[in-house]
Design a binder for this molecule. Structure first.
Ligand SMILES: [Zn+2]
Ligand SMILES: [Zn+2]
Ligand SMILES: [Zn+2]
Length: 158
């Protein structure tokens, strides 16, 4: 039987209690170009899977590397904290909130139903609750990039 290794949540990075076998999907890779370490196959960026630092295309020249004792690989499932967070976000959106995702920092979140951006976006795009609605933000209007406390300083809709 293959050796089982410790894992982390692929969504938030929290340590997980589950141990799984290393597969080509969750192995550790070192970018052949810049040497960046990736746990699991590099994430999809646009149409391709590329290195997060130098944007080298993932391919046959990427070979799985050995894991150190302390290293963890991404788990197959997200953790219970993330599951709860996702359920909460789904509920917020059903009640009139709006999902958002930042293209620059990859953070995701929701604007609550009574937030001016949620109200404005649903009106502008003709998508009343409980329809799903999501907005793409970037470093110019992302609350995380701009360290905005939600509700005090509204990022502007683009
Ligand atoms: Zn998680
Ligand atoms: Zn690279
Ligand atoms: Zn951001």
């Amino acid at each position: 039987m293959a050796e089982l290794v410790r894992t982390f949540c692929p969504r938030c990075g929290r340590d997980s209690d589950t141990k799984i076998a290393v597969t080509p999907e969750n192995a550790k890779y070192k970018c052949p170009e810049c040497g960046s370490i990736h746990y699991g196959i590099p994430k999809q960026r646009g149409p391709h899977r590329t290195c997060f630092r130098c944007e080298l295309l993932f391919g046959d020249n990427w070979v799985p590397a050995a894991l150190a004792d302390w290293e963890r690989i991404p788990s197959d499932n997200i953790c219970t904290v993330c599951e709860e967070e996702i359920a909460k976000m789904e509920d917020t959106v059903k009640r009139g909130g709006v999902y958002w995702r930042c293209e620059d920092c990859s953070t995701t979140g929701t604007f609550p139903p009574d937030h001016s951006i949620a109200i404005e976006a649903r009106k502008k795009l003709g998508a009343p609750a409980p329809d799903k609605l999501g907005l793409d933000l970037n470093k110019d209007n992302c609350p995380v990039c701009n360290k905005i406390i939600m509700g005090l300083d509204d990022p502007t809709l683009t």
